[in-house]
Design a protein around this ligand. Structure first.
Ligand SMILES: NC(=O)c1ccc[n+]([C@@H]2O[C@H](COP(=O)([O-])OP(=O)(O)OC[C@H]3O[C@@H](n4cnc5c(N)ncnc54)[C@H](OP(=O)(O)O)[C@@H]3O)[C@@H](O)[C@H]2O)c1
Length: 250
């Protein structure tokens, strides 16, 4: 499989390095400032099986349309574009190609989410335990809570009957028993830590995922590229993970 990288910022460069380590050929790099090409066209996509987008939210719809018009499969790892989801899905359907997207391509994080789902189901029956979460990220991060924190909160709310809504912001009152408190801390250079806790009078159970660097996202995006190569339709990491757990590799 050959890939074209769209966007050569921090993540594009990380994917480039990870591809070399995985023996995947990067046949072109599209980026306004760096890379082998400036735009997505026949020349930049020549020979590519899958294009991997790590750019900016405002570029995603145009990139998807351009890649689809050249009948290439696609990994969209850029976050914050879901307002254009309908148009993106239409472009992929019209082209008859494949696309996979996720706000977190790390296989470790996706396994962590499965563990949280199972833990939430178990603690649903253990009413003595309250549930909480927090996440830590570097001080350059522009959003809070993280997209992964939102996904974790959704999983807990779907599986713990006594929790009805998530509260991410500061509260100037007692937290209600049916509220899930999820805090965000921004400091220093922390690549990303997520913690979910279950707390009773007697003990605390904490489950954490600690990212060491960006490599996990890059490896996951490349595995997803292998998986989506030749498929038709729009997929998410949930689809990839289902096959992954059954030993089906991309
Ligand atoms: N899904 C995941 O697992 C995951 C993990 C990490 C990050 N992300 C997301 O991935 C995105 C990129 O992150 P990053 O840290 O690599 O950002 P970054 O360092 O800012 O890199 C983005 C790059 O894309 C370029 N670019 C902008 N528009 C483009 C276009 N139309 N075509 C080609 N290249 C274009 C930018 O060029 P200029 O600077 O010249 O504009 C820049 O070089 C963000 O949305 C981030 O949230 C997702």
């Amino acid at each position: 499989m050959k890939v074209s990288l769209i966007g050569y910022g921090k993540m594009g460069k990380e994917v480039d390095a990870a591809a070399r380590a995985m023996g995947i050929e990067v046949c072109s790099i599209v980026d306004p400032a760096e890379g082998t090409h400036r735009v997505i066209d026949e020349s930049s996509m020549r020979g590519a099986d899958v294009a991997i987008d790590f750019t900016v939210p405002s570029a995603v719809l145009g990139n998807v349309k351009a890649v689809c018009s050249l009948r290439k499969d696609l990994v969209v790892a850029t976050t914050g574009w879901l307002g254009s989801e309908k148009e993106v899905k239409r472009a992929v359907a019209d082209a008859g190609t494949g696309m996979i997207h996720s706000s977190n391509f790390s296989v470790g994080v996706n396994i962590y989410l499965k563990i949280i789902e199972e833990a939430a189901r178990l603690f649903d029956r253990a009413e003595l335990y309250d549930v909480f979460g927090y996440e830590l990220h570097h001080r350059q991060k522009v959003d809070s809570p993280s997209g992964t924190a939102r996904s974790i909160a959704e999983i807990i709310l779907a599986n713990v009957e006594r929790k009805k809504r998530a509260v991410f912001d500061a509260v100037d009152r007692k937290i209600e028993p049916d509220e899930l408190h999820f805090a965000s801390v921004r400091a220093g250079f922390i690549p990303g830590t997520h913690v979910v806790g279950f707390d009773s009078e007697a003990d605390t159970v904490e489950i954490s995922h600690v990212a060491r660097n960006r490599r996990g996202f890059a490896l996951g995006a490349l595995m997803a590229a292998r998986w989506v190569n030749g498929r038709k339709g729009v997929f998410t990491m949930n689809d990839f993970m289902q096959d992954y757990f059954q030993g089906v590799r991309g």
